[in-house]
Design a protein around this ligand. Structure first.
Ligand code: VGL
Ligand code: ZN
Length: 201
């Protein structure tokens, strides 16, 4: 489709089976996304890219466990197992993901004190990644989001995308969820409410 972009969120080894923050069936999205890529004029990737001792890691908070929540300067933050360490194999894209067509890789989560789920803004909801400007300057108005995880990085990217005025679709068949304490249903509801088109094929 002309003027439209496929944005592939965090299809990285650590989010796939065997990885440190494995999403159930995470690797199953790879062939689906490879097929979809053929139909888009623009293909972009995001890559979760944390320094060692990142503040979103439970290991950086003595006495805290992964999947607990802490209060940070910018609000509530879920604590995660160490994952997607810059330059590590876990941070690499799934080897089966076809990246030949990708025009841009947006890295996020590289600031030690702040996490970034969304491809557009960090978790303070005000520090931009530059993606909105890139898309606008290239004349891209329609975006389709796929990847990992549905209820975190995909969902927050989709919410920011509609708020930034992009026509936004999430292809759920090309996403898999973490589903932490009902987060999948909650985020599907928020996306629907915000005007994100949720599609399954
Ligand atoms: C993600 C948790 C922590 C994601 C990234 O890609 O959805 N989730 N970092
Ligand atoms: Zn992360």
């Amino acid at each position: 489709m002309a003027g439209s972009a496929l944005i592939i969120i965090d299809v990285q080894n650590d989010f796939c089976p065997g990885g440190s923050l494995a999403v159930a069936g995470g690797d199953e999205v790879v062939p689906v996304i490879n097929g979809l890529s053929q139909h888009f004029e623009h293909v972009l990737l995001t890559q979760d890219w944390h320094p060692h001792h990142h503040s979103s890691f439970a290991s950086s908070h003595p006495g805290r466990q992964p999947f607990e929540t802490v209060r940070m300067a910018y609000g509530e933050q879920t604590l995660w197992p160490d994952h997607c360490i810059q330059g590590s194999g876990g941070a690499a894209f799934h080897p089966g993901l076809n990246r030949t067509k990708a025009e841009l890789i947006i890295r996020k989560g590289f600031r030690p004190a702040i996490d970034s789920y969304s491809a557009f803004f960090e978790n303070d909801h005000s520090t931009p990644t530059g993606l909105a400007g890139y898309l606008r300057e290239r004349g891209i108005r329609d975006i389709t989001l796929v990847g990992l995880a549905t209820d975190f990085c995909v969902a927050y990217s989709a919410l920011d995308a509609v708020a930034q005025g992009f026509a936004t679709m999430v292809r759920l068949d090309a996403c898999r969820a973490i589903d932490l304490g009902g987060s999948l249903d909650a985020m599907l509801g928020r996306m629907r409410q915000a005007g994100v088109t949720l599609a399954s094929n």
